[in-house]
Ligand binder design. Structure first.
Ligand SMILES: C[S@@+](CC[C@H](N)C(=O)[O-])C[C@H]1O[C@@H](n2cnc3c(N)ncnc32)[C@H](O)[C@@H]1O
Length: 400
C-alpha cells in the first residue's frame, strides 16, 4: 500500500507534524494532509483549539491535536527515549491526561507596554508577553486573579521592570509570590492590602531582591499531601495538578505495595512519603532545607513512621550499604535525572523501584545504568500534567 507523502503521520518531539516524506509542519495534527502551498487540510485528529491565544501563547503547543493523538504523542516520547538508549520498549500503559483548567501552580510575567500593563505567559520561543484574557489550563481560582493582578501591577511596576508572579493553590486559597517590584510607601502598602483582602488571598509575599517577605498571611499556609497538611514554604515544588499527583501516587503505591521499608529519594514536601507512611516505614531524602523541615514537622505532629534526611543526592547518593534496609525505593529527581544515585541503586539489593520522571531522556539514561545492574523495566505510564504542551512525564515499575 502506498502512503500519501503529504499525510501527517506523527508528531515530532517539539510538536511539529511530520509528513510521510519527512517534512516538519508546525500546527499540523496526525491525519492532516499538506497542500503543495503548505495549506493544512484538517484530518480526523485535528481539533479546534479551545483557547483564543493559541498558537501565540507558549504554554500549549498542541491544542490543535485531539486527546487520542496527544496520548499517542506522550507514549511515542517515552518509547523514543528508550530506543535511543537501545533499551527494549516495555508495556506503555494508557497515559494520564490532566483535565483542562486544573493547573494549580504557574509562573506569570508582568510588564508595562505603552500605556498598559500586560500579565501573562511568554510567547513560544520568545521574550514577548501574551496578555492572557482566557486560559484553558490554569485552575479557575488562579485565573480569577489575573485581572486583579493586572490592576495591582499597574500600581507597583516601574517603567522598565519585568515582574514574576508565582501562583500556587494552597489549602487556604491562592499563595502569591511577586518578584521584580519595589513596594515601599503607604500607597504600595494599601494597594497590596486591598488586592489581598478583596481577593481573599491566602498569602501574599514580595521578593524585592532580599528574599521572600510576607505582606499578608492571615493564617499559616499548608498543602495537604496524603491526607496530612504540610506547611507550604515559598516557591516549593508541587506536582502541577492535583489529578496528576493522584495518578502518580496511585501508581507508586501499586508498585511499592507490600514493601515494609521504603526510601523516597528527592522527596520534596512528601507527596509520596506521606502517601506511603501509614503502611510502610519511610526514609524521605531531600536537598532543599525548607521542604524537608516542613515535612518533618508535619510527620512528627501525626507521629508517622517517617524519617527525614536533609541530603544532597547528587553529591552524596545513598550508598549500597545505606540502601540495605529498603525493599522498595521511589525516586523522583529533577530534569537532569539521578545518574550517581542510579549507579549505587544498580549495585543494591532493592527489589522494586518506582521511578517518577519529568524527562524521558534522563530517565532512559538512568534505566540503562539500572539495567546494567540486572534491573528490568516492567511498565511505564506516561503522565500529561502539562496538558497540550510537549512536556512529557512518566512513572515506571522497575524490578529485579
Ligand atoms: C521533581 S521534584 C519531586 C518532589 C517530590 N517527590 C514531589 O513529588 O512533590 C524534585 C525534588 O528534588 C529536589 N532536589 C533537587 N536536587 C537535589 C539533590 N541534589 N539532592 C536531593 N534532592 C534534590 C528538589 O528540591 C525537589 O524537591
Amino acid at each position: 500500500m502506498t502512503v500519501d507523502p503529504s499525510l501527517i503521520l506523527r508528531l515530532a518531539g517539539r510538536g511539529d507534524g511530520v509528513t510521510a516524506d519527512g517534512r516538519h509542519v508546525p500546527l499540523a495534527a496526525p491525519g492532516d494532509s499538506i497542500g503543495a502551498d503548505g495549506t493544512i487540510f484538517a484530518g480526523p485528529h485535528h481539533q479546534t483549539p479551545p483557547c483564543r491565544h493559541y498558537p501565540r501563547c507558549g504554554g500549549c503547543q498542541l491544542q490543535h491535536v485531539d486527546d487520542d493523538s496527544y496520548a499517542k504523542f506522550l507514549r511515542d516520547r517515552v518509547a523514543a527515549a528508550l530506543t535511543a538508549q537501545k533499551l527494549p520498549v516495555p508495556d506503555i500503559l494508557e497515559p494520564h491526561l490532566s483535565p483542562p483548567n486544573s493547573r494549580r501552580r504557574a509562573t506569570l510575567k508582568a510588564m508595562r507596554l505603552g500605556g498598559s500593563v500586560l500579565v501573562g505567559f511568554n510567547e513560544g520561543r520568545s521574550h514577548k508577553l501574551v496578555d492572557v484574557r482566557q486560559c484553558t489550563i490554569l485552575h479557575p481560582a488562579l485565573f480569577a486573579l489575573v485581572a486583579p493582578l493586572r490592576k495591582l501591577m499597574g500600581q507597583l511596576l516601574g517603567r522598565r521592570s519585568l515582574a514574576t508572579i508565582q501562583l500556587t493553590l494552597a489549602d487556604q486559597g491562592a499563595d502569591v509570590l511577586i518578584s521584580g517590584v519595589e513596594a515601599d510607601g503607604l500607597e504600595a502598602h494599601d494597594a497590596l492590602h486591598e488586592f489581598a483582602a478583596t481577593n481573599r488571598i491566602a498569602r501574599l509575599t514580595l521578593d524585592e531582591g532580599h528574599g521572600p517577605e510576607d505582606r499578608w498571611a492571615p493564617e499559616p499556609v499548608t498543602i495537604t499531601l496524603g491526607g496530612v497538611p504540610v506547611p507550604l514554604p515559598h516557591a516549593s515544588f508541587l506536582q502541577a495538578t492535583k489529578e496528576g499527583e493522584d495518578a502518580l501516587v496511585q501508581s507508586v503505591q501499586q508498585i511499592l505495595e507490600g514493601a515494609s521499608d521504603v526510601a523516597d529519594l528527592f522527596a520534596g514536601l512528601g507527596t509520596f512519603a506521606l502517601a506511603l507512611a501509614p503502611g510502610s516505614h519511610v526514609l524521605a531524602v531531600e536537598a532543599a532545607r525548607d521542604p524537608i523541615l516542613a515535612l518533618r514537622r508535619a510527620a512528627n505532629l501525626r507521629q508517622l513512621p517517617l524519617i527525614c534526611d536533609h541530603r544532597d543526592l547528587y553529591r552524596r547518593p545513598l550508598t549500597v550499604q545505606d540502601l540495605k534496609p529498603f525493599a522498595g525505593v521511589v525516586i523522583d529527581p529533577p530534569r537532569a535525572g539521578a545518574e550517581e544515585q542510579a549507579k549505587t541503586l544498580a549495585q543494591s539489593d532493592v527489589s522494586v523501584i518506582a521511578y517518577v520522571s519529568c524527562n524521558p531522556q534522563s530517565f532512559a539514561r538512568d534505566m540503562q545504568i539500572l539495567g546494567s545492574g540486572g534491573y528490568h523495566l516492567q511498565w511505564v505510564r506516561p503522565v500529561g500534567q502539562f496538558r497540550w504542551s510537549t512536556h512529557t512525564e512518566l512513572v515506571a515499575r522497575i524490578s529485579r
